[in-house]
Design a protein around this ligand. Structure first.
Ligand SMILES: NC(=O)c1ccc[n+]([C@@H]2O[C@H](COP(=O)([O-])OP(=O)(O)OC[C@H]3O[C@@H](n4cnc5c(N)ncnc54)[C@H](O)[C@@H]3O)[C@@H](O)[C@H]2O)c1
Length: 249
């Protein structure tokens, strides 16, 4: 499953959590992987770790909400590896706040990463892919892009719903140029994104999943690798829920 030999992949938010697991799975599947993140320490250490075990990987600092950063990321990936086959637009943030006390600035800051960052990553990857025979873009969405939730997640939920439909629109726009665009929508997954929650809040989240547990980063990463690989050659514009049944009830 998920043979990526000869492919070059960029994973935004690749230094931690689901992104880190995706970097590891993609490198193990034979891809050359660029970790694109704000966290120089973790990103650099992960790249060094993979290189030490014989895999091809490097770290590139990027803020996905800045167009110049994303453009340079793609240009330097091309300069280093000569191609770009896979863009995983995974970087995301969440700073929950009740809507009535959410400032417009905080709203914009969230959308800058979760929505603009996905747009910019897809745009600059696709600009290259369409000139070189195609490629695959996989976006990390969320169950919160499919169903509502309390807990002060308004901009996050709005952005995640938007990227699900962004993938559909991009899929239609670029299908004829052999570019597939899909979303993976995880349920709650134990990563640093949830580290500020107390044990009661975690238990509440667990209870929302019929499988009675949270997901593991590797379980989401495997779905991302599948959608990025030629095994998913007739799949575009879909959102694959990897959610332990969260949205099934
Ligand atoms: N953990 C969950 O329960 C869960 C559930 C559904 C969806 N997701 C989504 O999965 C994706 C990964 O989240 P995670 O749980 O692994 O979180 P995480 O916090 O472990 O990792 C996110 C990574 O993104 C990086 N990042 C943040 N802002 C960035 C920016 N502007 N530019 C570049 N990099 C940036 C961070 O430095 C970090 O390395 C996100 O899109 C998140 O919304 C997570």
């Amino acid at each position: 499953m998920g043979n990526l030999h000869g492919k070059v992949a960029v994973v935004t938010g690749g230094a931690s959590g689901i992104g880190e697991a995706t970097v590891r799975e993609m490198a193990a599947a034979g891809a050359s992987v660029v970790i694109a993140d704000l966290d120089n320490l973790k990103g650099g250490a992960l790249a060094a770790d993979l290189r030490a075990s014989g895999q091809t990987c490097n770290y590139h600092p990027v803020n996905v909400s800045r167009e110049a950063d994303v453009q340079v990321l793609v240009e330097e990936t091309l300069a280093e590896y000569g191609r770009l086959d896979i863009m995983v637009a995974n970087a995301g943030v969440n700073a929950p706040s009740p809507t009535v006390s959410l400032s417009l600035q905080a709203w914009h800051e969230n959308l800058a990463v979760n929505l603009d960052g996905v747009f910019l990553s897809a745009k600059h990857a696709i600009r290259h892919m369409r000139q070189h025979g195609g490629g695959a873009v996989v976006i990390t969405g969320s169950v919160l892009g499919h169903v509502g939730a309390s807990g002060g997640v308004l901009p996050y939920a709005a952005a995640k719903a938007a990227v699900v439909n962004m993938a559909r629109a991009l899929a239609c726009e670029y299908a004829a140029e052999h570019i597939r665009v899909n979303t993976v929508s995880p349920g709650y997954v134990m990563t640093p994104l949830l580290e500020n929650l107390d044990s009661q809040a975690i238990e509440r989240l667990v209870s929302l999943h019929p499988m009675g547990r949270l997901g593991k980063p590797s379980e989401v990463a495997k779905a991302i690798v599948f959608l990025a690989s030629d095994d998913a050659s007739f799949i575009t514009g879909t959102s694959l829920l990897v959610d332990g049944g969260y949205t099934a009830r």
